[in-house]
Design a protein around this ligand. Structure first.
Ligand SMILES: [Zn+2]
Length: 229
């Protein structure tokens, strides 16, 4: 039986926890050198959030909670499909996570109910009392209704932006530097984590059209539609 005691506001407020037992991996190294002359954004904005590729956005979500003083454990590629990281609070030695975080970067489409259901499924399996879903856009009405009364916070892009903007200036700056280091726009392969590259279909129905393919092809055959993430 899970005791539902922890609230999102508690997690955000408990930014003083000194526990740093679990270290975050560094944010992704930039892939190939970016386009030269690209101007790095000087401040946080919704446009910047929406420009981040999916993996960088997940890392940003984890880095944000680390800034708030939580010990954060990322689940890694291919781990629990519905959760990107777990949050642990103060009090050391607590083996169970207080929060399960799912981050989904979107350019324009809304988040439907399915990934929110998946998050709840994992919270239940793990015995995690709180779920936090973060996206760069918004949620469908069905997703919002589903989350009601289930201890899941659905953060829209603007809300996450305002949380970042309420951090002290130096922490905002550090998050910005980490989120925009190197190539932060080219999507990564969810199978192997390396940056995808644009390829042109040589045959089939979509001959001549571009798609994202993995650098590790044929070792990794992952492909993604352009504009999907
Ligand atoms: Zn790959």
């Amino acid at each position: 039986m899970v005791t539902w005691r922890c609230r999102f506001s508690d997690l955000v407020r408990s930014g003083l926890s000194p526990i740093r037992g679990i270290r975050l991996p560094c944010l992704s190294e930039g892939g190939d050198a970016g386009i030269s002359g690209v101007e790095l954004p000087g401040e946080w904005s919704l446009q910047l959030l929406q420009a981040l590729e999916w993996k960088r956005f997940e890392e940003l979500g984890a880095a944000y909670f680390e800034m708030k003083g939580h010990a954060v454990q990322m689940t890694g590629l291919g781990a629990d499909g519905g959760v990107d990281c777990y949050l642990y609070g103060r009090g050391g030695g607590v083996s169970k996570p207080l929060g399960a975080v799912q981050c989904k970067a979107r350019r324009s489409s809304r988040i439907g109910v399915r990934p929110v259901r998946e998050l709840l499924g994992i919270m239940t399996d793990v015995g995690c009392p709180l779920g936090i879903f973060i996206t760069t856009t918004t949620y469908t009405a069905e997703a919002e209704q589903f989350a009601v009364g289930k201890h899941i916070q659905l953060l829209v892009g603007n809300r996450f932006l305002s949380l970042i903007q309420s951090l002290p200036a130096d922490e905002q700056g550090e998050l910005l530097a980490r989120a925009t280091a190197g190539d932060h726009w080219t999507p990564s392969s969810p199978r192997c984590g390396t940056k995808l590259i644009l390829r042109t279909a040589r045959r089939g129905k979509r001959v001549g059209s571009q798609f994202w393919g993995c650098k590790n092809y044929p070792g990794c055959r992952y492909t993604m539609q352009v504009g999907a993430a």
